[in-house]
Design a protein around this ligand. Structure first.
Ligand SMILES: *[C@@H]1O[C@H](CO)[C@@H](O)[C@H](O)[C@H]1NC(C)=O
Ligand SMILES: *[C@@H]1O[C@H](CO)[C@@H](O)[C@H](O)[C@H]1NC(C)=O
Length: 331
């Protein structure tokens, strides 16, 4: 009896506490409020640091020995943000869709973008990165700390690098390292006369993505940071392609918009400020996120980008593409 009564008041206390936290987060409580990091680290982050990103815009490149865009002029450049330690993902890409350089007669090149490794073995990791780059010459490293929370910085650094180096390139694709890319289908789309050559961005477009207000969910964003109930239309971060005029335009407008940690939504906010909007791909089947089942040969023959569950999953898809996966019926 006594135990149950205590349990009840305990539950009430918890509910009150949750409500108070909720209200605080949604009202104009500014940076003095401290918030427990949800991944359980015994570390507190200032609220402002949690939803905005430190982005002083003067990051420099400490590793940039690639010849891509310096002595070559690719039609399309594939930029892959990746964690410094994720060598298996880079090798899987080098052995699959990152390998082929001439696709439908056009030059396509792949680069990996990373920040500074963290942790106790940071120096050792950096040494390994140098060796990896000496072998492949495909790493671009910025002098910001590489972390999930800093993805917006990474994206802006990618845009900065291509804007500085690849003026003669037609399109740039940003793609996550766990995505399978059907390079030929992408090049086919970009060569299609109906595809715009300027102010063009496509991918899996979210037209009415609500801003998450539940503080216990991933991608939570309090009202005092973003007041609108939904984000402007944006291309999901898994893979999006843009015409080469956009990186500079986005960089130029970005100082007017406070960087939030959700990188793809942030690009949507920048596009909106430019008075632009992303474009749906000609077919929905081109960009597929987390399909319930692995793609059939027929679906695989039409896809541009699809999430994979592992590097072996990616290799398996790639083998099937190479073997000429196609639809049995002519549809
Ligand atoms: C950027 O510039 C500011 C002021 O000029 C300086 O304090 C800061 O350390 C610089 N950041 C980087 C990453 O170079
Ligand atoms: C993001 O990068 C900046 C610059 O290196 C660093 O000061 C900051 O701590 C990083 N943030 C996180 C959450 O890692």
């Amino acid at each position: 009896m006594v135990y149950r009564k205590h349990l009840k008041s305990f539950m009430v206390c918890i509910m009150v506490a949750v409500t108070v936290v909720n209200i605080c987060l949604n009202l104009n409580v500014q940076s003095e409020f401290w918030y427990l990091h949800p991944n359980g680290q015994s570390r507190f982050l200032k609220l402002s640091e949690r939803y905005f990103v430190a982005y002083p815009r003067n990051y420099t490149f400490i590793m940039d020995e690639t010849l891509t865009c310096k002595t070559t002029t690719p039609f399309l450049i594939l930029m892959v943000p990746v964690a410094p330690s994720d060598v298996p993902a880079r090798d899987a890409i080098r052995n699959t869709w990152g390998k082929k350089k001439v696709v439908l007669g056009r030059l396509v090149e792949t680069l990996f973008v990373l920040g500074l490794p963290g942790g106790n073995d940071a120096e050792q990791q950096q040494e390994q990165l140098k060796q990896e780059n000496a072998k492949h010459h495909d790493l671009i490293q910025g002098n910001f700390k590489d972390s999930y929370h800093n993805l917006t910085i990474k994206t802006m650094v990618i845009l900065k690098w291509v804007a500085q180096h690849c003026a003669k390139t037609s399109y740039v694709l940003k793609i996550d390292s766990d995505i399978l890319l059907h390079v030929q289908n992408l090049v086919k789309l970009l060569l299609d006369p109906r595809t715009a050559k300027k102010n063009y961005m496509t991918g899996l477009i979210w037209w009415h993505s609500p801003v998450v207000r539940n503080p216990f969910r991933k991608f939570y964003m309090p009202r005092f940071i973003i007041h609108e109930p939904e984000y402007p239309p944006y291309a999901l971060g898994m893979a999006y392609v843009m015409s080469m005029d956009l990186p500079k335009k986005i960089l130029d407008v970005s100082p007017q918009i406070k960087p939030v940690y959700i990188e793809d939504a942030y690009l949507g906010m920048c596009l909106k400020r430019l008075g632009l909007s992303p474009t749906d791909p000609p077919k929905k089947s081109m960009f597929v996120i987390n399909p319930l089942f692995s793609l059939s040969n027929c679906r695989l023959s039409k896809v541009i980008a699809v999430t994979t569950k592992s590097t072996s999953h990616m290799l398996w898809y790639w083998k099937r593409i190479i073997q000429g996966a196609q639809c049995l019926t002519s549809s």
